[in-house]
Structure formats: C-alpha cells, structure tokens
Design a protein around this ligand. Structure first.
Ligand code: SAM
Length: 279
C-alpha cells in the first residue's frame, strides 16, 4: 500500500478546524489521524493517533511535522502527557479501509471476514461468526446493529457456519430475512460486527471522558460521528460534563454537511459534528 492509495476525503473539514479555534503555538490531538486530512489543516503542533498501521504509514509519508502514534485512542491519557489546546475525533472508518476488500469491511467487494482496524489484534469478525453462541451473536446484531431480524439471522448463521468471506456472510443474511430490504439488514449486520470487533463504543466512552480531562481552560473538543449509537455517547458525555460545570457546549444541535459537500462526498451524509469548550 502506497500513501497515494490511501483515499479519503476529510468530512466537515472547514467546520472542524473552525471549532478547534487553532492557536499557532498550541498543541492539538487528532485521535483519528487516518491519512491526516484534518491534521494537515491544523496549523500548530499535532499529535496524531490511529490504531491502523496503514493509516499511520500513509500520514507519515504525507505529513512530516506530525507526531504519529500507532495506538487506540482509548489510551489517550497514556499518550498525551500535558494539557492541550484542542482534541479532534473523526470516528469510524476511512474510505480506504471501507473500500479495500482485504480488510473485510466492504459490502461491494468480497474479502476475508476480518474487520480489524488494528491488524495486531486477535479478535476478527470470523471468530465472532464461527465461535459465538447464538444468543451472544444475536445480542451483537441487536445492540450494535439495531437489526430487528437479529434472532433469525443468528440462527441461520449457526446452522450453516463456518463462514470465511464477507460475501458468504452477506448471502446468508440476505437469505435469512423475510423482507425485500435485504441491503439495509446486511449493512446493519456488518456495522454491528465492526463495532464488536473493534470495541468501538466502549473505546469512545473511555476516550471522550479522558479527553475532557486533558484540555486546557478554553481548550476545544470537536467530535465527528457517523451513526446514532456513536452520536448518543457523544451527546450524553458532553451533556454530563456541562452539568458538572466543566464544559460549554458550542453546538446546540449537531452540525451536518451541506448538500454541496454531500454531493461531492456521499460519506459526509451521516456526519454529525459536536463541539465544546473546556471551562
Ligand atoms: C474517518 S477516518 C479519519 C480520517 C481522517 N480524519 C482524515 O481526514 O484523513 C477514522 C480513522 O480512525 C481510526 N480509528 C477508529 N477508531 C479508533 C480508535 N479507537 N483508536 C485509534 N484510531 C481509531 C481508523 O483506523 C481510521 O483511520
């Protein structure tokens, strides 16, 4: 993989940078570095974190002045030693990760049932699909995918497993559901597995709480989320910190991408930006 292959258009870029209120002598943390699309517009000292080594390689090759850390942002307190002026989260996956069949996230291209953002981790989607009990799998589909046919789908998987490729999984999900809205169910099942494999929601809860403690007075927290389960955690965490008198919320309602941005980058459609300032 070459840096040029790492395709990703940063979402709500101008808005994210504006809410960070960048001070040229300040220090900022980009918790979802990706290929550095946001980080390169932060004209100050930047610490970039990503749990995907390919993202780190791409950002390092493109941007020379960023301290790149290959780690999970849930470890932000260990990574960042001093209070900072701003912290950015741009959650989820990059377009590169989604489109690259070998990563196992793509609905369009067949690949291994992997879905790890951090390839050094052991747990894969194949392990979940081929080893969990029916109730455990059903719980993942229900909680992280909000899929109403979770029971039927888990049962069908148990009866026909093992599965090793994303298209095999897609096919069994499509066969298991009784409606014609098959694509939506497949999308929800893939989302739920991805969240489970990468422990996305648990990491987000930990990281957001810790990030707030790392801000200087007047420091900014900016979070871009892409589905309702993430946004719920962001909204509640910011609200709790506000009630505790620690943050001012700067976005009463989340900022969404303009029609123009969505037309040029469809992945911006589901983005929600929330921002806050440490008191
Ligand atoms: C939407 S992309 C970020 C794109 C980046 N803002 C850009 O413009 O190039 C999300 C990135 O966050 C990383 N990521 C997701 N969850 C993470 C976590 N818990 N810890 C560290 N990195 C994470 C993914 O590997 C992916 O590279």
């Amino acid at each position: 993989m070459f840096a040029k292959d790492y395709q990703h258009i940063p979402v709500l870029l101008k808005e994210s940078i504006a809410f960070l209120n960048v001070k040229p002598k300040g220090t900022y943390v980009d918790c979802n570095l990706g290929s550095g699309g946001h980080a390169e517009k932060i004209k100050a000292k930047v610490i970039g974190i990503d749990m995907d080594q390919e993202a780190i390689n791409s950002a390092k090759a493109r941007l020379k002045n960023i301290a790149c850390v290959h780690d999970n942002f849930r470890n932000i307190k260990k990574i960042v030693k001093e209070p900072v002026d701003g912290i950015l989260f741009d959650l989820g996956l990059s377009s590169y990760q989604i489109d690259e069949a070998s990563r196992g996230f793509s609905l369009q291209n067949d690949g291994p049932l992997d879905m790890r953002m951090d390839k050094t981790q052991k747990l894969t989607a194949a392990h979940i699909i081929n080893n969990l009990k029916q109730e455990e799998m059903e719980k993942i589909f229900k909680e992280f995918g909000e899929e109403r046919f979770s029971h039927r789908i888990a049962k069908a998987i148990i009866n026909k497993r093992p599965f090793y490729s994303t298209f095999e999984l897609k096919e069994i999900v499509e066969k298991a559901i009784p409606t014609w809205k098959k694509r939506e169910s497949v999308t929800r099942i893939f989302q739920s597995l991805r969240i489970a494999v990468n422990q996305e929601l648990a990491s987000l809860e930990i990281a957001l709480k810790d990030a707030i403690t790392l801000l200087k007075p007047g420091g900014r927290l900016v979070v871009l989320s892409y589905h309702s389960l993430e946004d719920r955690i962001v909204k509640h965490t910011l609200r709790q910190a506000k009630q505790a008198g620690r943050l001012n919320i700067l976005t009463k309602k989340p900022i969404m991408a303009s029609e123009e941005e969505i037309a040029s980058n469809p992945r911006a459609r589901s983005a929600k930006l929330r921002a806050a300032e440490f008191k």
